[in-house]
Ligand binder design. Sequence first.
Ligand code: SF4
Ligand code: FES
Length: 250
Amino acid sequence: MPDSKNTPKKGRMLTFEILKYNPSDPESKPHFEIYKIEETPGMTLFIALNIIRESLDPDLAFDFVCRAGICGSCGMLINGKPMLACKTLTSHYENGKIQLMPMPAFELLKDLSVNTGKWMEGMSRRVESWVHSAQEHDISRIEKPVEPKDADATFELDRCIECGICVSSCATALMRPDFVGAVGLNRIMRFTADPQDERTDEDMYELIGDDSGIFGCMSLLACEDHCPKKLPLQEQLAYLRRKMSEVGKR
Ligand code: SF4
Ligand code: FES
């Protein structure tokens, strides 16, 4: 959580310390740049970074799309914690000092911009993130109804925005790049909850029943602490571990 929730002091100066590095430029070396800008009421890091880029450093790279905590593209380390920059107010930082670094565990593109899409695509293929059904689907017919409780369970886990914050918070993910992460394990639970997916527990075990899957989780649960959508990751991972342990004993 941010330092405090003070209301912004109009006109105070903010000091940003931002990691700059372009891995595709052989001349570039990782270093911090300092930027000072004046705070305005209600300023988010989205606003602050745009002011810095427009007025101080046109070369600064960072990602935003929706500015509303929906697209998941603006994750970064803010004073050491992975958070969505568009949902973070500068007023939360009492001393006005904000350090920004790119999220670890993902390919660094430049400065604060990382390639979460490439990682998420690999994870999606790994957990076969689509409904598996042997039934023929006739799109001209009315869809089969789903029980409201099943729809609720599926939609609850479908709230994930693939921001990658759980992955960059996770000690296992930082140590082993093949770890599927809370986002991947949550995806398994999403399809387990979906009555249209015909995969069995044994099928899921084949996908995540090892140390790069559910058994790699060390239960430190920084994923749940930092998830901006407040997904019930702790509960889901505990349930999945128990279920997969039972399958492993058969
Ligand atoms: S589980 Fe939460 S932290 Fe992880 S990718 Fe989804 S929304 Fe982001
Ligand atoms: S810009 Fe979309 S979540 Fe932050």
